[in-house]
Design a binder for this molecule. Structure first.
Ligand code: MN
Length: 339
């Protein structure tokens, strides 16, 4: 069977590998992969810029498929089930797991990063990683479940809810999914970016206010919009040093900040706003316990793929997909590999 494997910096090859087999008395299942989304973090691995990844590696952590074989210790799954794969495994015992944060488990393993991922025709996973989804949901919609869980985690951590004002910095793909999630949770949302095209799309996704930071002062717009209260929750999906530092200015009293970046560049943040406004800064990595609610929302049509999946490619053309993302990133919201 075919697998898309990164061997080194900008060295992606389609290789023939053995189809996985179940061991005796297994808690695992074998899944025929139907669709896999390409994420910014896959591109980082391709460019040798993901410090967590070990090579060679079959990339892909956003994948869905059909159950084709089941270990004899598995219950609750049947051959033919459509599933979304939760791309993490964890120990369940360490401090983070006991705190309800398996997403930062000390033994955390992420598919497509620490273990082989979804860009292959068949994959073996633990049954615990399988989340059933209604067969009526198209594969190219189901494949957005994982990116939506990232939005689910960020908004859960920041306690986004009805009656709160939320500022999202950055209207790229994740920013747009966070916007949809925040609107689904009943919040009022302002979103910023440097590209009008992205802000136009944000309006379609329910943004209450859009601001282009190149020709407007966000602080002023925020004051007008909130009558000087500022944003109750600031989510940084642009992840530059500047947008991170801005969070502390744009947050309201008693506000929350959710930075999503992974840059190692230090920032200059004064202590005063944190103390004076009693701010809470929530880290948000991957997701915890978000698959069930996200899948339910997708099945109910509350979260859609409308306008998000911009291209699909066969696994044979994965290099073309990556080249397109590299050369024309603004033409790609989410490229999906289909099998
Ligand atoms: Mn992703």
């Amino acid at each position: 069977m075919l697998a898309a494997k990164v061997f080194g910096k900008e060295d992606l090859r389609l290789v023939e590998v053995e189809r996985p087999v179940l061991s005796k008395d297994s808690t695992e299942v074998i899944v025929k992969v139907k669709a896999a989304g390409i994420c910014g973090s896959d591109i980082h691995i391709y460019h040798g810029e993901n410090p967590f990844a070990t090579l060679p590696r079959v990339i892909g952590h956003e994948f869905v498929g059909e159950v084709v074989e089941i270990g004899n210790k598995v219950s609750g799954l049947e051959v033919g089930d459509h599933i979304v794969i939760e791309p993490i495994t964890y120990c369940g015992k360490c401090y983070a797991c006991r705190q309800g944060m398996p997403n930062v488990c000390k033994e955390l393993k992420v598919s497509g990063v620490h273990v082989d991922g979804g860009m292959q025709e068949y994959v073996k996973i633990d049954a615990k990683q399988a989340h059933k989804i209604d067969k009526k949901v198209p594969w190219t919609t189901a494949v957005l479940a994982e990116p939506y869980t990232i939005a689910g985690n960020a908004t859960t951590r920041g306690k986004v809810e009805l009656g709160k004002t939320v500022l999202i910095q950055g209207a790229g793909t994740i920013g747009q999914l966070i916007l949809r999630m925040a609107k689904a949770k009943g919040a009022s949302v302002m979103i910023t970016d440097v590209l009008d095209s992205r802000l136009e799309f944000a309006k379609l996704n329910g943004a209450d206010k859009v601001v282009n930071v190149l020709n407007s002062d966000v602080g002023e717009k925020l004051n007008e919009w909130t009558n000087y209260e500022k944003a109750n929750v600031v989510i940084d999906a642009a992840c530059t040093r500047q947008t991170f530092e801005n969070c502390f200015e744009y947050a309201s009293i008693a506000g929350a900040i959710v930075p999503l970046g992974m840059s190692e560049e230090p920032s200059q943040i004064a202590q005063k706003p944190i103390m004076q406004k009693q701010l809470t800064i929530y880290g948000s990595r991957l997701q915890a316990y978000q698959f069930a609610p996200v899948i339910k929302a997708i099945e109910e049509g509350l979260l859609t793929d409308e306008g998000i999946v911009t291209q699909t490619f066969s696994i044979h053309d994965i290099q073309d997909a990556i080249n397109l993302i590299n050369k024309e990133p603004d033409k790609v919201r989410k490229a999906v590999i289909t099998f």
